[in-house]
Design a protein around this ligand. Sequence first.
Ligand code: ZN
Length: 395
Amino acid sequence: MKNITYCTRCTIPSTQEGVTFDEMGICTACISSEEKMHIDWNKREKDLLEILKNAKSNSGNGYDCVLPISGGKDSFFQAHVLTQVYDVKPLAVTFSHNWFSETGFYNLQRCLEVFNLDHIQFTPARNLVNKLARKSINVIGDSCWHCHAGVGAFPLQIATKFKIPLLVWGESIAENDGREGYGCPKIKFDRDYFTKVSAKLTAEEMVDDNLSSKDLHPFSLPSYKEIDDAGVHGIHLGDYIFWDDERQTEWIRDTYGWKETEMEGTYKGYKSAECIMSGMHDFTCYLKRGYGRATVQTAVDVRNGLLTRKEGFELIKKHDQEIPEALDYYLEITGLNDNEFYRIMNSKKLKELHEVNIPVRKKEQQNLEKIKPFVEQIIEKHLKREDPRVLRDKK
Ligand SMILES: [Zn+2]
């Protein structure tokens, strides 16, 4: 795309947040992936064992750690590693964005069943989700503030309330992101991690005439003092064990029946499979920054030698510009129309793309997975269904 330069090795664009290139034009993520090969992973695993041993010896009859879980491939794999490899007893904690796909709903339930996890879930009300989705696009330029903020806040709230000091996250930020390297992470997990990385605004900053402090309370972070008093800290497993998305996904699929699905805006079926709106999230990124999910995924595949750079750019052309079906759902829940949506997105475009026409294209085929929250699908189905007793009498 015009006015964007791409990493000379993979397909990462100069418009990715925080990305830097070295003098050869190679991006941070490519350099990280080289670092990853030279890391002494045995030593890192020993560090992990030490952390888990400490957590276990201090937890008494309580849980050894909090496992934030969405049912996605990463949290499924985390559950496997913690319970099957290291014999840790986690409390599984889910912030539900209330946009679960049918596949995602299944994967989460399957995870809880297969690893016998105790589980707490928080789900914000439908109208709150809708209102936040409406505001989100104006303030952060994507539809998903409530998810970014909730995923950060809820596990921390549980960790502080139940006094479970250790939170275990999955993928390292160095894995796919231009902002970090494996060597010496600048962005460590702390109270403000998700605000910095994705939510951008705090719950307090989201309050307005339409959204009260009471509405936003579930998204507030515990205070520094509460966190310190409970000794809460978090780690990313991907900083301690060699992380390989592709292999891990195959493993949980073949071993435990984790399911992929068709995803909007890309060619892979496993990233964010739990959410019907991920196509919407990635499409807004495309409109703002000129790249979507296919760009990010091809970059990883090129780096790992699964695709050539040329094949990568072909896939990007095919998928990034597709208008997701999730946009229809987004317009439905926010009351915005098409023009208003594109006008807002235009105002969010990066400066260097102001003069660039960002092409969009209608999807050729309907998505295999229905783009509607699975709970709404169930409710709809049952409202239509006749009482089984009536059906039996009819027979
Ligand atoms: Zn690169």
